[in-house]
Design a protein around this ligand. Structure first.
Ligand SMILES: [Zn+2]
Ligand SMILES: [Zn+2]
Length: 285
């Protein structure tokens, strides 16, 4: 059975579903479980659009206004909803989507020492003091520079953190890009990709296939998953990927999982996986 390892609940600043509703949706779709990875971005650019308004370092004692969540309350709610499910065998897992960035390094280390999770997913939403979602970061860059710079940041920061389970939405940067080149491919960055995939394979970590990326965005641009990335992951010893819908509402939980299961299998990878108390469990595709 497959697990949706990347979803957002009412505890995320932009969540539009409750843990109860999204868990019910996952069960109804025949998934084995769901992990709630609410947003934990400790550094959010103040202007969110340009590099011209830099914020000072956020205070480590005041997380107000940052894109974080009440971890204790989220985990208590997961326990409550799990109890409602009884011994059905369906798992509701405790996670977080932790935003990587050079400013967040020490903070992430502290966060992970203070809290226990089933799954730690890391990703990049903000870089160069900008928010790509709002059109920042891209101006003045070619598509090759923009995508490569994002991938480089993801690699450098994940390598520094080390203590994570899933590398989230590597192609997030394609979703909101202004270029006709809609997809991030292996052949454009082979050395960087090899370093990333080897880091994941050697550490028993999972590359996330984020199904939210593969849909039509502004201007009809539709990013596609490059099979070569998965084939290379397998060649470098990668065993399992993580499936994530990145759903912010209950209806999208498990979105396109059947299609991507077949796609991933056709690339030679036999397993998806999920994490419980930071331990990886393989789920045959
Ligand atoms: Zn994200
Ligand atoms: Zn997310």
């Amino acid at each position: 059975m497959l697990f949706d390892n990347h979803t957002h609940s009412q505890f995320s600043f932009d969540g539009r579903s409750t843990i109860e509703k999204s868990a019910a949706s996952a069960r109804a779709k025949g998934l084995g479980g769901i992990c709630f990875t609410d947003h934990w971005d400790y550094y959010v650019p103040s202007s969110k659009t340009s590099a011209s308004h830099l914020t000072p370092e956020p205070s480590t004692t005041d997380a107000k206004g940052l894109e974080t969540f009440d971890i204790k309350a989220q985990q208590a709610e997961i326990d409550r909803v799990s109890t409602l499910c009884g011994d059905s065998g369906f798992s509701i897992l405790k996670g977080a989507e932790i935003g990587l960035g050079i400013r967040n390094r020490e903070h992430i280390r502290t966060l992970l020492s203070l809290h226990s999770f089933d799954e730690v997913l890391v990703s990049v939403h903000y870089l160069e003091d900008t928010d790509p979602y709002l059109g920042g970061y891209y101006p003045g860059k070619t598509w090759r520079e923009a995508y490569g710079g994002y991938l480089e940041t993801l690699y450098t920061e994940a390598l520094w953190v080390k203590d994570f389970d899933v590398l989230g939405h590597f192609d997030y940067i394609c979703r909101y890009a202004p270029y006709p080149e809609a997809s991030l491919t292996y052949r454009d960055y082979p050395d960087l990709w090899d370093a990333i995939l080897k880091m994941l394979a050697d550490g028993g970590k999972a590359l996330e296939i984020n199904t939210k990326t593969y849909q039509a965005y502004k201007g009809g641009r539709t990013p596609e998953l490059d099979p070569e990335i998965l084939q290379r992951f397998k060649d470098l010893g990668g065993e399992a990927v993580s499936l994530g819908s990145d759903a912010h509402e209950a209806g999208r939980v498990g979105d396109k999982f059947a299609f991507f299961s077949d796609f991933i299998k056709a690339c030679g990878i036999r397993y998806a996986c999920h994490f419980k108390r930071r331990r990886r469990y393989l789920d045959p595709l």
